[in-house]
Design a protein around this ligand. Structure first.
Ligand SMILES: Nc1nc2c(c(=O)[nH]1)N[C@H]1C(S)=C(S)[C@@H](COP(=O)(O)OP(=O)(O)OC[C@H]3O[C@@H](n4cnc5c(=O)[nH]c(N)nc54)[C@H](O)[C@@H]3O)O[C@H]1N2
Ligand SMILES: Nc1nc2c(c(=O)[nH]1)N[C@H]1C(S)=C(S)[C@@H](COP(=O)(O)OP(=O)(O)OC[C@H]3O[C@@H](n4cnc5c(=O)[nH]c(N)nc54)[C@H](O)[C@@H]3O)O[C@H]1N2
Ligand SMILES: [Mo]
Length: 764
């Protein structure tokens, strides 16, 4: 199978490669921000917009889910990439009906996401009729009618799937899942399925809550912070300020990563004068350059050493009181982890034993430990066991539910956590459905629905015939691009509620709709007046977000209005939900959320207090663990070393500095030394020598899986200091290589960070 994702319209003939950077942010970050923002928005709009990001009376930055904190910088609490996300949305370019008249769907399907995103904001609802070559303008009412018509044809509500990306507000998400369940299905796949699902699965089972247990204050007070499988310099730049603060207060930081990411090494805080000059703060005390997928082995080794240290000096290492009172399964776990084989650990991690011992020493010296992680831990076959082992590590010394300690899965999309809280989940709990039933008086479906990977299979097999997405770029973000495209083309109708053009608008069912929507930055005025929406960050803080900019077009509708409009047309008066009242006044939705979702008491009042409020979290607040055993669960997690056949490498697919998932802002990856190109593969020089390839050579990447090979053509080899046996390349270009059936145990997340590949010299 050769990947279908287009390469044609990006000219990377001028690509330049230089040495990776040793620090993140500083002056280059500010320059890059202003250049990008100015190009998209003009100078005045840039100033007005950026000043409102993440301020208490402003809008929530659509960039990421890192919390804002109480002490906001008056010059704007944003980062370079947040600013790019804002500029991307506030751009002055427009994709109008004339644009669609000039570009056929076939033409658009041949463009990259970079090119498509550059065209600007969508302005009108557009309809692709069966057999038509071009989208044509359509009225809102007619568009909703088309959705209703196709849904009415289905043999069962389970023949439709309803995707959500994590920018959707709490209000829109709540209305959306309510509509979908009233329609009669739990087919609610979302971007979480490809993102932190493994964290949610592992944390729910072990501590009873699938969310992080630390606040910003906890990070500031920690003695030791492990940053594992995460590249905050690019993806969560404001986290670097928190790490810098912790560091100044005496914390030590251990980074565990196959790549020496610039942001993990040194940081020059662009929001402080002394961060702009000089060497910046050295953040990492210990950089463990682990092999891909080596983390379960590392944490098992650390856990084994903790048990042995306790044996040597009983009563001094483990938190016995915590283990006895609050945990379950310790003995079984301890028996197993003591058997951890050092030879396996050294092979899996690729780390010197002395370094693991040094990290152990640091753990022993630290009273309060936080472990932070992101996609480097969640997108492997054994991600759930890996994260469970991280929990074991923290439980051993009682590092949960007290100050300065805990689990910190760092979320991606700015409201991905909130969407889940609102019920965007294909496996809703019985308690949630009971609450919906009690409040709205209809019987929601109880059978679990499709997640992302299962939804693709169901479309492929003709079992799902209507696909509707609120946000995101399903074609671009999912694995196995060729398989996903074929699946979507096999449907009767695809509907995309979007701000900007992407490949999901070009790869369609027999009919297709584009429903353009307001972004976070824009004023949302409904019948009762100006509205705000709410979001939840990585640390469970819920707060308001108010857009101020004039909408990109008069035709745009809010996500809430679109969802309610579709619901009215599809459901008529089948259920007693006041869709019109929801649309006219979001307070009405919040009142209903309060009655259905725990933790939202007095929602409308509390969210109007500047800064909002923090949702309750049993383990964090009172060491109450709502698991099956009622305690924090130790677990046994088998260590299987990921071995690849000779001549193969393990590929991880990552983000460059100039992209937001499938939205490509530009073609540079400044910190990794790449300019003006994206089709690169980073390989260790020792591997290159052994495999007989040279820096600068052009290769195809070929992935191997039980069902055959997949190929992504035309990558330039970059000799790079990544861990041996591993390589890295950017997604979405490499999604063609990720087999649909290669997913994580339990969470079913695609294994985007461990794809077995070989390099093949490209034909000249
Ligand atoms: N600017 C910007 N910000 C973003 C995003 C964006 O695209 N652009 N995306 C948002 C989203 S949705 C998300 S989920 C987050 C993603 O944030 P990250 O998880 O930081 O994103 P990735 O680029 O996937 O980087 C994965 C990191 O983990 C490392 N890694 C990979 N495999 C392993 C492993 O096996 N073990 C260890 N220890 N490390 C490993 C990689 O080298 C890399 O540093 O960022 C969010 N914020
Ligand atoms: N190979 C590989 N694949 C991956 C990953 C990886 O690391 N490697 N990471 C995975 C992860 S962590 C994630 S979260 C997914 C992301 O998957 P998605 O969330 O589906 O993808 P995005 O690229 O974030 O979606 C971008 C689109 O969202 C739309 N949009 C932007 N803002 C708004 C808004 O306010 N409202 C609406 N309605 N639409 C809006 C725009 O049209 C834009 O084109 O990708 C996953 N895919
Ligand atoms: Mo994500």
């Amino acid at each position: 199978m050769v990947g279908k994702a287009p390469v044609g319209d990006v000219d990377d003939s001028g690509m330049r490669v230089s040495a990776p950077k040793r620090y993140a942010a500083g002056v280059p970050a500010i320059m890059s921000t202003l250049k990008h923002a100015g190009r998209e928005m003009g100078v005045r709009r840039t100033a007005l917009t950026l000043l409102k990001v993440n301020q208490k009376d402003g809008f929530d930055c659509p960039g990421c889910a890192w919390p804002e904190g109480d002490h906001r910088s008056p010059i704007g609490e944003y980062c370079e990439n947040g600013a790019k996300a804002v500029a991307e949305e506030a751009t002055l370019r427009r994709v109008t009906p004339e644009f669609f008249a000039a570009h056929s769907v076939e033409d658009l399907a041949g463009r990259t996401d970079f090119w498509l995103g550059q065209q600007g904001r969508l302005t009108h609802p557009m309809y692709l009729a069966e057999g038509a070559s071009h989208y044509a303008p359509v009225g809102w009412d007619e568009a909703f009618g088309i959705v209703a018509e196709e849904l009415a044809k289905l043999g069962s509500p389970d023949e439709a799937a309803f995707y959500t990306s994590g920018r959707t507000s709490n209000e829109a998400a709540f209305a959306y899942q309510l509509f979908v369940r009233a329609f009669g299905t739990n087919n609610l796949p979302d971007c979480s399925n490809m993102c932190h699902e493994s964290s949610g699965s592992a944390l729910s089972e072990t501590i009873g809550v699938g969310k992080g247990s630390v606040s910003l204050e906890d990070l500031h007070k920690a003695d030791l912070i492990l940053v594992v499988g995460q590249n905050p310099g690019t993806n969560h730049p404001r986290m670097l300020s928190a790490l810098e603060k912790a560091k100044r207060a005496g914390a030590h930081i251990v980074a565990v990563n196959p790549l020496p990411e610039a942001g993990l090494l040194r940081f020059k805080n662009p929001q402080k004068p002394n961060g702009l000059v000089g060497g910046g703060t050295s953040l990492t005390d210990e950089f463990a350059q682990i092999r891909l997928n080596g983390d379960l082995a590392l944490f098992r080794a650390l856990n084994r050493m903790l048990l042995e240290a306790e044996d040597a000096a009983p009563g001094t290492v483990l938190d016995r009181a915590f283990i006895d009172e609050h945990s379950h399964g310790f003995e079984e776990f301890a028996d197993d982890v003591r058997k951890t084989d050092w030879a396996d650990v050294l092979e899996a991690t690729g780390l010197p034993r002395t370094q693991i011992e040094r990290i152990h020493e640091r753990v022993l010296r630290s009273e309060r430990v936080v472990v932070c992680w992101a996609m480097g831990l969640t997108q492997h076959r054994n991600s759930v066991p890996t994260i469970r082992e991280v929990v074991n590590f923290l439980l051993l010394r009682g590092n949960i539910g007290r100050e300065g300690a805990g689990v910190c899965p760092v979320r991606g999309h700015s409201n991905v956590q909130g969407d889940r809280t609102m019920g965007i989940y294909e496996k809703p709990s019985a308690a949630f459905l009971d609450a919906l039933e009690a409040e709205f008086g209809f019987a929601p479906p109880r059978e679990h629905g499709h997640d992302v990977v299962d939804a693709i299979r169901a479309m492929r097999d003709g079992k799902v015939k209507v696909f509707l997405a609120v946000g995101g770029n399903f074609v671009g973000a999912t694995p196995d691009t060729a398989a996903t495209e074929a699946a979507l083309r096999n449907t009767a109708l695809t509907v995309q509620v979007s701000t900007k053009l992407n490949r999901s608008h070009a790869v369609t069912g027999r009919r297709a709709l584009i429903l353009p929507t307001l972004g976070r930055t824009e004023a949302d005025v409904q019948a009762s007046g100006p509205q705000f929406v709410t979001v939840e960050d990585s640390m469970s803080a819920v707060h308001a977000s108010t857009g101020r900019l004039e909408p990109a077009s008069r035709e745009l509708r809010s996500e809430v209005a679109i969802v309610c409009g579709i619901a009215e047309k599809v459901l008529g008066d089948r259920v007693a939900v006041p869709w019109a009242a929801f649309r006219d006044d979001y307070d009405v939705i919040r009142d209903r959320i309060e009655r259905v979702v725990p933790g939202f008491t007095d929602f409308n009042r509390r969210v109007r207090v500047p800064g909002g409020f923090v949702l309750p979290h049993g383990p964090r607040d009172e060491r109450r663990f709502p698991t099956a055993t009622g305690k924090a669960n130790f677990t046994v997690n088998a260590l299987e070393v990921l071995r690849v056949p000779a001549g193969r490498l393990i590929l991880q697919t990552v983000r460059s500095h100039d992209q937001y998932n499938t939205t490509i802002y530009g073609l540079d990856d400044r910190y990794r030394g790449i300019k003006a190109g994206r089709r690169v593969v980073f390989v260790n020089p020792a591997d290159l020598a052994q495999l007989g390839f040279a820096d600068g050579q052009m290769v195809d990447l070929v992935s191997e899986w039980a069902d055959g090979e997949r190929r992504a053509p035309g990558f330039r080899v970059v000799a790079y200091p990544t861990a041996e046996g591993c390589c890295a390349a950017y997604f979405p270009e490499t999604n063609v290589l990720v087999p649909l059936d290669s997913t994580a145990e339990v969470s079913n997340t695609p294994t985007s960070k461990s794809v077995v590949v070989r390099l093949v010299a490209a034909e000249a």
